[in-house]
Design a protein around this ligand. Sequence first.
Ligand code: GRF
Length: 213
Amino acid sequence: MARRRVAILISGRGSNMTALIEAARDPAYPAEIVLVASNRAEAPGLDRARSEGIATAVVEHSAFGKDRAAFENALQSVLETHRVELICLAGFMRLLTTGFVTRWQNRMLNIHPALLPAFKGLHTHERALAEGVTEHGATVHFVVPDMDAGPIVAQGAVPVMANDTPETLGARVLAVEHRIYPQALKLLAEGRLHVEGEICRVDAPEARKQEAR
Ligand code: GRF
């Protein structure tokens, strides 16, 4: 079966991007990364993608001022040029309009460094420590117009240790991100995810949303 054509959208270092690229090196993986696009020309992840021989594109949001739709039209045309079928947001720091999100409904994933619906937004590790939670983690979810919402595809949890700092906790969560994002994209590319209202179901009994620990 043809592999699904995936674009990864980044704004920064691109460690999740790298995890996806590495997973997709396996010819048996059901998706191939055909494009890495960034809204920031200086995103370090772009160099990494280039060194992997992956096509890159820069669509700088600053060139469009406050006109989000114009920025997204430019992005959309790059996606079409590369015949992209699925999108993975990986540290992409732009809010997308309802129009763009609707166009990519059920075909666009995001990864968030918390166990949604807890800790939407920024500084999740600091906030988890401030709340004294004993478990923290990461979530891959479908993108919907609301930020850090949308049907949950995969989650991975880590324990919070007494001496954790945002950095140590963040590093533990990041390792989980790098594991669950490729797993989630695999399920999507295989057509095994089914969104029913707010819920995402995985169509194989052995597939679980939470990793075995
Ligand atoms: C990750 O923590 C991800 O969960 C969040 O942004 C960060 C991106 O990191 N959405 P990287 O660029 O993938 O290293």
